[in-house]
Design a protein around this ligand. Structure first.
Ligand code: FES
Ligand SMILES: [Fe+2]
Length: 337
């Protein structure tokens, strides 16, 4: 099982309206459109006739018409009309490759693999559940999936890249326990103090115990939980889809939280705050990627305090080779941020 044998987000549902949408997902060039029933479809973005991109065509009654000679394709990739042939029977070879495609939780997922896909794509935790408020963000990062995933799950950078916004440096050490299983790795923080920041002042309740967990789930999902009990809980989940090349990753982030009846109101300032913070990550990842390319490749120094990064690299590299890593439970690590 390689990294291709998973569902990946190709677009947010709202991006797929009446026009075809071109997307590259793990190197596969796709065109997305909505079929006659409104369900999304994904085809190879290349007309079977003379190979022009189908994404330059038009959607007509749930079929996709090529802009060059007008061949028309159904969501299953079969050609249903060749205008120059008239009513003559269409040859079966006039078809393009379809990709499994489903819509779930406001996202359009495609399966770029060749094996049978899992029945359903992964789910964003708590999204759409009663009592929870959600907003989503999408960003094109100039960086690898590993660089993005590592960044979203890395605490020490927050006091530099997001100083004052998200966290302010605190000299007190805390303990983190890292546990890795076949498809994920997580860091659980014990007795984390709440540091001074715009986020903590506006959103975190005073005098409550914070439970903080960072998780990476194969192939490309991160999930961060800040919980202060059942009525105050913040979950930041991000999904990475490799885009046109190794250095471009489409990131879909869902911020889902529980804040009692105030949830929708909290969104008014929480959403712009999150957009400011993620823009800082977009900038720092682009700078990292540009420099790695200047040097012709990475040369990382992994330390014990890089809690999840090395595991993310190892889990993804193993899965790319078709292997599964042994579970590992580490000793508690002392860390400051
Ligand atoms: S190239 Fe598409 S119809 Fe000819
Ligand atoms: Fe960050």
């Amino acid at each position: 099982m390689s990294l291709k044998e998973y569902w990946y987000i190709a677009a947010e549902s709202s991006e797929l309206a009446s026009k075809p949408l071109a997307r590259v997902v793990l190197g596969e060039r796709l065109v997305l459109f909505r079929g006659p029933d409104g369900k999304p479809a994904a085809l190879e973005d290349r007309c079977a006739h003379r190979n022009i991109a189908l994404s330059g065509g038009k959607v007509e009654n749930g079929t996709l018409r090529c802009r060059y000679h007008g061949w028309r394709y159904a969501p299953a990739g079969t050609c249903v009309e060749v205008p120059a042939l008239g009513e003559t029977k269409l040859p079966r070879r006039a078809c393009v490759r379809p990709y499994p495609c489903v819509e779930s939780q406001g996202f359009v997922w495609v399966y770029p693999g060749v094996e049978a896909p899992p029945p359903a794509p992964p789910a964003f935790a708590r999204l759409g559940e009663p009592g929870w408020t959600t907003f989503t963000m999408r960003n094109l990062f100039e960086g690898t999936v590993e660089a993005c995933m590592e960044n979203f799950l890395d605490c020490p950078h927050t006091v530099y890249v997001h100083r004052g916004w998200f966290r302010t440096s605190d000299p007190r050490p805390l303990k983190a326990v890292v546990t890795r299983s076949a498809d994920r790795v997580e860091a659980a923080f014990e007795d984390e103090p709440i540091s001074e920041s715009v986020v903590s002042r506006l959103l975190f309740p005073k005098g409550r115990r914070l439970t903080h967990t960072d998780r990476f789930i194969l192939p490309a999902m991160s999930r961060v939980d800040y919980s202060f009990g059942p009525d105050r809980h913040f979950i930041i989940s991000s999904w990475c889809t490799p885009a046109q090349d190794e250095s471009h990753t489409r990131v879909y982030t869902a911020i889902t939280y529980r804040f009692g009846a105030w949830g929708p109101l909290v969104r008014l300032f929480f959403e712009p705050l999150c957009r400011t913070i993620i823009a800082q990550d977009v900038e720092v990842i682009a700078a990292q990627d540009a420099n790695i390319r200047r040097f012709g490749g990475p040369r990382f120094t992994h330390l014990e305090i890089d809690l999840l990064g090395p595991h993310i690299h190892a889990l993804r590299a193993a899965r790319a080779r078709g292997e599964i890593l042994e579970p590992a439970a580490g000793e508690p690590v002392e860390i400051r941020f």
